[in-house]
Design a protein around this ligand. Structure first.
Ligand SMILES: Nc1ncnc2c1ncn2[C@@H]1O[C@H](COP(=O)(O)OP(=O)(O)O)[C@@H](O)[C@H]1O
Ligand SMILES: [Mg+2]
Length: 264
C-alpha cells in the first residue's frame, strides 16, 4: 500500500477535564473515501478541528505525507492540500452563490473575508476560477442558482454551495462535517455518489462525517471509522461495520434495537 496521506496517532483533546477525543489512531490513504461516524457528542467534529489546526493544546501526532502538522496554523495546513467544511455552514450570506465560490479558498479553516477578498488575481486566474466555479455548480446541479444570494438558499442548498466551495480548490483531502444533514434523501444520495466519483476520478481522498449509520452503510464508502466517547470503536468496510455487535450496541445504546441496524 502507498504511504498514508494523513496519519493520526494517539490524538487526544480535552476540554477542562472532558476527554472529547482520547487516543485516536487512524490513517487515510490517497484515493480513499472514508466515513467517520458515531453518536452525537462522541468527538467527530473535534477530531476535524484537531486535524485542521483549529484547536490548541492537542496532543498526539498528525502527519501529512510524512510531515508533522500538529504545530502548523490552519492556513499552513490548507496549503498542504487539505480543505474542510464545518458542521454549521459558513457562507457569506450577503454574497451570491457564484461569489461565494469565487472568493479565494485561503483562510477556509477560519474564514477571514477581508483578507480573502483583497487577494489579487490575474485575469487568467480569474477566468479559470470562474470556469471552475460553473463546473462545480453544474456538478452539483445548481448552475441556475449562481446569482441567488446565499441568504435566500434553503438549508440543503446552502450545504451544496458549501461543498462546492470546498471542491473549488481541488483538495488532496477533503474533510466534510455532516455535509448532508438537513438535505433531502435523494439529493443526499446524489452528493455521496458525486463524491464517490470525485474520489475515483481525481485520486484525491474524502473523509466524511455522517451521523446516520443506516444511511452511510449504503453509500459506497471504502471504509468506515466508528467512534464512541472520543475513541475508535472499530474500523472496517461497511459490511464489517454492519455486522459488528459492538457497533450496534454503542450506536443504539442497547441490544433491543440491534436487528434494525443495517437492515434494508
Ligand atoms: N470548544 C469546545 N469547548 C468545550 N467542549 C467542547 C468544545 N467542542 C466540543 N466540546 C465537547 O466535546 C465533546 C465532543 O464534541 P463534538 O466533537 O462536537 O462531537 P460530535 O461532532 O461527535 O457530535 C462534546 O461533549 C462537546 O460538548
Ligand atoms: Mg459534530
Amino acid at each position: 500500500m502507498s504511504e498514508p496521506l494523513l496519519r493520526v496517532e494517539g490524538l487526544s483533546k480535552e476540554f477542562g477535564g472532558l476527554v472529547a477525543v482520547g487516543d485516536m489512531t487512524f490513517d487515510i490513504y490517497p484515493g480513499e473515501f472514508v466515513g467517520l461516524i458515531g453518536p452525537n457528542g462522541c468527538g467527530k467534529s473535534t477530531t476535524f478541528n484537531c486535524i485542521s489546526g483549529l484547536l490548541p493544546k492537542t496532543t498526539g501526532n498528525i502527519e501529512v505525507c510524512g510531515q508533522d502538522i500538529l504545530n502548523l496554523s490552519s492556513d499552513q495546513i490548507q496549503k498542504l492540500g487539505f480543505t474542510r467544511t464545518f458542521q454549521h455552514t459558513r457562507l457569506w450570506r450577503e454574497m451570491t452563490v457564484i461569489e461565494n465560490l469565487l472568493v479565494p479558498p485561503r483562510n477556509q479553516f477560519s474564514p477571514n473575508k477581508f483578507l480573502a477578498l483583497f487577494r489579487p488575481f490575474s485575469r487568467l486566474e480569474e477566468k479559470k476560477r470562474l470556469k471552475r466555479a460553473y463546473e462545480v455548480l453544474r456538478q452539483l446541479e445548481i448552475p441556475h442558482m449562481a446569482h441567488n444570494l446565499a441568504s435566500e438558499l434553503s438549508g440543503g442548498q446552502s450545504k451544496l454551495v458549501d461543498i462546492g466551495r470546498a471542491l473549488m480548490s481541488d483538495p488532496q483531502l477533503l474533510l466534510l462535517d455532516e455535509p448532508v444533514a438537513g438535505v433531502a434523501g435523494p439529493l443526499a444520495m446524489k452528493i455521496f455518489n458525486d463524491l464517490r466519483e470525485h474520489v475515483s476520478k481525481t485520486g484525491n481522498s474524502v473523509l466524511i462525517i455522517e451521523h446516520n449509520m443506516d444511511f452511510i452503510l449504503r453509500q459506497g464508502v471504502d471504509r468506515i471509522i466508528v467512534m464512541d466517547q472520543g475513541r475508535i470503536l472499530m474500523e472496517g468496510t461497511p459490511e464489517e461495520v454492519k455486522d459488528s455487535r459492538e457497533v450496534i450496541e454503542a450506536y443504539l445504546g442497547g441490544e433491543g434495537e440491534a436487528e434494525t441496524v443495517g437492515e434494508e
